[in-house]
Design a protein around this ligand. Structure first.
Ligand code: PLP
Length: 399
């Protein structure tokens, strides 16, 4: 098949009038190499993978099997444990519904860090409202790291399922998974790890940390939206709490193929990419810090996702800065993946940051296609936007 994807045309189009894209925690552009695989699965391997009476269905089934082997390679797991979903949110819901459904006693005691994604928080809260779960909160410190004393207390009290994110989607904090897994394991708690932001960027190996449920999403790693995976050796759809899955839906073969390719690229290129992006991030951080007096860096300086830069300019309202950058540089005031709602960040609150630091927070996320020129231009634009807001505020005060 002739290539229908022209990589450079795609990259140009993604920038068309929308400015430099620095919001890669929200979503990532699809890598043109992934798009090529998706397109082939749509146009050529279009069979229904559940209809294997003929060759078309069989070919589609093979596409899924190949994708599963590529996902398995990235996180070192058994291909048979991969259950493709419509994304991390669905994978999280299924994991919690399974943990509840398979529990011998209810309510299920769920240990949750206060910095978890709303997909976890909302599902667990709903389960608690229905009397199916009891949430046991684990505090985080000022860098959004799990408070180990708080974790110890909760584990001592007895936890059935411990939910921890491998990396935070706002301030980029990377969790010491190996250590947490060892503590949970010793306390007899099973684990749900939300690796949505971390996968491909942080080493993930299910042989070393055989957690019960691992959660992945394709659109955070340059794959298509609407596809993700729940990786679990115990998951069984017939044990889901509520309506048991009696019918397997037609799989999203193109999406799954794309996720497989995205994982393959992360497996092969993730390490080098992480180093390259970290250097760009550090450059951006240094330029901004030099020109924005009072700028605060939120999150840890070291154990932080390489593409994450979360800053605050106390006293400068973040939404005014983001408004001025509209069409020039795409950054966000917080977790834009939280249903678009403009609400205070529960993560920054849990970190105990002063109110003016929370109100001046800007999340910047670099990515695979970010260039040094992008970084230089974005820095200049951000500095100009902050200066503009500061002068406007000063003008108001002087008036
Ligand atoms: N978990 C984390 C840490 C996330 O960052 C996100 C998305 O922003 C999700 C879960 C939900 O992922 P999805 O968009 O695939 O449902």
């Amino acid at each position: 098949m002739n290539s229908l994807i022209r990589p450079h045309a795609l990259q140009d189009a993604s920038r068309h009038g929308a400015g430099i894209y620095l919001d890669h925690h929200s979503t990532t552009p699809v890598d043109p190499r992934v798009a090529e695989v998706v397109m082939r699965a749509m146009v050529e391997d279009f069979g229904n993978a559940n209809s294997v009476d003929h060759k078309h269905g069989e070919v589609a089934r093979h596409v899924i099997e190949r994708a599963a082997s590529l996902v398995a390679q990235l996180v070192t797991c058994d291909e048979a444990d991969i259950h493709f979903t419509s994304g991390s949110t669905e994978a999280i819901r299924l994991a919690i519904a399974h943990a509840v459904g398979a529990a011998t006693t209810l309510p299920l005691r769920i240990g949750i860090s206060r910095a978890e994604h709303p997909a976890v928080l909302d599902t667990a809260t709903r389960a608690q409202k229905l009397g199916l779960a009891k949430i046991m909160w684990i505090e985080v410190d000022a860098q959004a790291r799990l408070d180990m004393d708080s974790l110890g207390r909760v584990l001592d009290d007895g936890v059935d399922l411990l939910c921890v994110m491998a990396a935070n989607n706002e301030v980029g904090t990377i969790s010491p998974l190996f250590k947490i897994f060892a503590l949970a394991d010793a306390a007899g708690a099973r684990m749900l790890v939300d690796a949505t932001q971390a996968v491909g960027r942080v080493r993930m190996n299910l042989d070393e940390t055989p957690v019960e449920y691992l959660i992945l999403s394709s659109h955070k790693i340059y794959g298509p939206k609407g596809v993700g995976a729940l990786i679990s050796s115990v998951y069984d759809a017939s044990q889901l709490h509520g309506l048991a899955a009696t019918h397997e839906a037609t799989p999203n073969v193109p999406g799954i193929a794309g996720m497989g390719e995205a994982c393959r690229l992360m497996h092969e290129e993730g390490e080098g990419e992480t180093l390259r992006i970290a250097a760009l991030r550090d450059q951006l951080q240094a330029t901004l810090a030099a020109r924005l007096p009072g700028m605060v860096i939120n999150g840890p300086h070291n154990d932080r996702l390489a593409h994450n830069l979360h800053i605050s300019i106390p006293g400068v309202a973040n939404e005014l800065v983001v408004q001025r950058l509209r069409g020039r540089v795409a950054i966000s005031t917080g977790a834009a993946c939280m249903s678009g709602a403009q609400s205070a960040s529960h993560v920054l609150r849990a970190m105990g940051l002063p109110q003016d630091v929370q109100d001046g927070a800007l999340r910047i996320g670099l990515g695979r296609f970010t260039t040094p020129e992008d970084v230089a231009r974005a820095a200049a634009e951000i500095i100009a936007a902050v200066d503009d807001v500061t002068s406007a505020l000063k003008g108001q005060i002087d008036d």
